[in-house]
Design a protein around this ligand. Structure first.
Ligand code: RIB
Length: 306
């Protein structure tokens, strides 16, 4: 059995249009190709962690509808424990509308639906599952009071917390103090600190500011420019793998899911980031969020060959 990873977060169905370029407000662009895929930052992280070798439990809400049922089937296929995924009868399943352009860049709008109803009571109900975890992984597509309740619970139980602050929003110092590893991208690091992250130097400064707020380790993800790792012992950089991007959607989610597994297995920070970078790089070469998350075997093979 793999290490125990608990993910608290969102589940969506992604409506994807792959198109030459993303329309501007008021503009219609034709010539796109439509597809659907399971997504949601939380679910993507759960699936990525399960495929990377974790024994994963997911805590979430889906609607009592076809999208919710399909999502549950997908989790079961990835052997994810869904004892704490509730079918909400008052809201539809979350949906995301995604444009992906010819360079693999995306723009995403989310209708949260049932994700917005994930509550601190849902966290209380999963207390035993969280207490037994090696790592708790979260993002910010569910209410902040729920994220905070889970982080406080895990911290009190001595469970490491990985928080991916996406989509970005201001966070209290009390929450940040519970976080073992915070994984913002450039814009998230900038929003959390007010420090411009246009380059590596800005990323280092922002990471140091977050350390000063009480986060144990900060990893600023810089896409194709790699990852800055900052701890009390100093700052290091791990390069990204070079790939031809098809769709960058969920690259961050796959990074966080794979990172959780590597950290739970006892990898040192740089080695864990290398593993997570490999998983993220592979995900960028395929269209769709969960369809792009690689298996452990695929990640190991990729690392051997690069
Ligand atoms: O991070 C990518 C995800 O963001 C998509 O799967 C979409 O559902 C949104 O949650």
């Amino acid at each position: 059995m793999g290490k125990k990873i608990v993910v608290v977060g969102s589940s969506n169905t992604d409506m994807i249009i792959k198109i030459d370029r993303i329309p501007r407000p008021g503009e219609t662009v034709i010539g796109g190709r439509f597809s659907t895929a399971p997504g949601g930052k939380g679910a993507n992280q759960a699936v990525a962690a399960a495929r990377a070798g974790g024994d994963v439990a997911f805590i979430a809400r889906v609607g009592n509808d076809m999208f919710g049922s399909e999502a549950l089937k997908g989790f079961a296929a990835d052997e994810i424990n869904i004892d704490h995924v509730t079918k909400d009868t008052t809201a539809p399943s979350g949906v995301a509308s995604i444009f992906v352009d010819k360079n693999g860049e995306n723009s995403i709008a989310v209708a949260s639906g049932a994700n917005a109803n994930l509550s601190p009571a849902d966290i209380e109900a999963a207390e035993k599952t969280i207490a037994c975890a090696d790592i708790l992984v979260m993002q910010l597509e569910t209410p902040i009071e729920t994220v905070t309740a889970a982080a406080m619970m895990a911290h009190a139980d001595g469970v490491k917390v990985i928080l991916n602050p996406a989509p970005a929003q201001p966070l209290t110092d009390d929450l940040l103090k519970t976080v073992s590893i915070l994984t913002p991208n450039e814009s998230e690091a900038e929003l959390l600190t007010g420090i411009g992250v246009e380059n590596e130097d800005g990323a280092r400064k922002a990471a140091e500011a977050l350390l000063a707020k009480g986060v144990a380790t900060v990893m600023v993800t810089l896409g194709e420019n790699g990852v800055i790792i900052a701890t009390a012992d100093g700052v290091k950089k791990v390069d990204a793998f070079e790939v031809d991007p098809v769709d960058t959607t969920a690259a961050g989610d796959v990074f966080n899911g794979a990172l959780a597994v590597a950290i739970a297995e006892g990898s040192r920070l740089e080695k864990a980031v290398l593993f997570a970078n490999a998983a993220a790089a592979m995900s960028v070469t395929k269209l769709g969020a969960q369809p792009s998350a690689p298996t452990r075997h695929e990640i190991d093979e990729f690392m051997k060959n690069h």
